[in-house]
Design a protein around this ligand. Structure first.
Ligand SMILES: [Zn+2]
Length: 230
């Protein structure tokens, strides 16, 4: 059988592709990032309960489950929830679990509460950067600050992506990244970012947060942020 020049070319291309294919597959299998999503509260711990009696614990779980579904389509991501139903899971248990899993990132989901009805938007927290920065300087002299620096800069990088993607859902209402104690992430030496998604004390925003469509939109925005992070 005589092969034309272009047929030969196609055959060569095909064999090269066949040789590369298993390598690509192997690569996709080996690079798997573990992401822990923490739907805050649960069970006896309701979190903030609005006038309509719908609790924070239910909203965080709904959004976390939607987020897990969004991320499940990514072969290089493994998503673990700190709870997948309405049950009480203590902070200590969550921390213990996270330490065991050693994920690349932890995203803790909350709904905010304000003093009045007008507070709105989203807010993010991570364990105090300045304070860590001081201890970091001390440690640098000892020479073991590399990891600490990395998890802090990872947290900031993730927060910027979340900020960018959530801004579209809460227009011009991002309250930015704040330094605060995050008991869940304290001393874990892992990037732990807390996202307070809107205010349960703001009737308009609460209504939005209860909508299945908005929950999916938030999940999609968070999924996009996580995918861009890796
Ligand atoms: Zn909360």
């Amino acid at each position: 059988m005589m092969l034309s020049r272009s047929q030969k070319y196609i055959m060569v291309l095909f064999s090269v592709l066949m040789m590369c294919f298993p390598v690509v597959l192997l690569h996709a299998q080996t690079v798997k990032h573990v992401v822990v999503i923490d739907p805050a509260h649960g069970g006896e711990d309701t979190g903030v309960v609005g006038v309509d009696k719908i609790a924070e614990k239910d909203l965080t779980l709904a959004i976390a489950q939607a987020l897990k579904k969004e991320l499940a389509q990514n072969a290089n991501l493994e998503v673990v929830l700190t709870r997948d139903s309405d049950k009480t899971v203590s902070l200590a248990e969550r921390r213990k679990n996270i330490l065991k899993i050693q994920p690349a990132i932890v995203l803790s989901l909350h709904i905010n509460a304000g003093f009045g009805k007008t507070s709105s938007g989203f807010e993010m927290y991570y364990p105090g950067f300045q304070e860590k920065d001081e201890s970091l300087k001390k440690k640098t002299r000892k020479g073991d600050a590399g990891d600490e620096k990395k998890y802090l800069s990872d947290t900031v990088r993730l927060s910027r992506l979340v900020q960018k993607n959530l801004d579209g859902l809460f227009p011009r209402k991002g309250r930015g990244l704040r330094e605060a104690d995050v008991p869940l992430g304290e001393d874990l030496a892992l990037p732990v970012l807390t996202v307070e998604m809107g205010f349960a004390t703001n009737p308009e925003e609460k209504k939005k947060l209860e909508s299945g469509k908005i929950q999916k939109d938030i999940a999609r925005a968070l999924a996009k942020s996580i995918k861009s992070f890796f």
